[in-house]
Design a binder for this molecule. Structure first.
Ligand code: MAN
Ligand code: CA
Length: 134
């Protein structure tokens, strides 16, 4: 897999990815991405999930069920189809409202997503699609 890095952004399969240097809530993380002309990462292929695992970081992804409990949506409004939840996730653990998606520290496991409270401080990954405009 080809990777090209420029000013902190890493290129992979028609997108640029940026990993933050510190932690923040899901919403503040998302706002940082928007200010960079990007958004929190949307994982929509097996290759992209593999690529995420290579960061070996515990990060926010652009997935939430804030609008309707149990209905997971990406930040671009698309519904979640293919998912990589860890075993027994999403679980809204012990009744705590866990409305935001993160990648856990299970790099060996392809299924490593967890739902967690959106106020937790995590580092995050922004994704910017590379598109040629006319
Ligand atoms: C913690 C939290 C939960 C998660 C459980 C899994 O309590 O990260 O979101 O579901 O661990 O054991
Ligand atoms: Ca959980």
């Amino acid at each position: 897999m080809a990777e090209y890095s420029h000013h902190g952004w890493v290129y992979f399969n028609d997108s640029f990815y940026y990993i933050s240097a510190w932690g923040n809530s899901w919403q503040d993380s998302r706002e940082d991405c928007l200010q960079r002309g990007a958004d929190l990462v949307i994982i929509n292929s097996k290759e992209e999930q593999e690529f995420m695992r290579q960061f070996k970081k515990h990060v926010w992804i652009g997935l939430t069920d804030r609008e309707t409990e149990g209905v997971w949506e990406w930040v671009d409004g698309t519904p979640l189809t293919t998912s990589y939840w860890d075993a027994n996730e999403p679980n809204s653990h012990e009744g705590i409202d866990e409305d935001c998606g993160e990648i856990k520290l299970h790099y060996d496991d392809e299924n490593n997503w967890n739902d967690v409270s959106c106020t937790v401080q995590n580092i995050w990954i922004c994704e910017k699609k590379f598109t040629l405009t006319q």
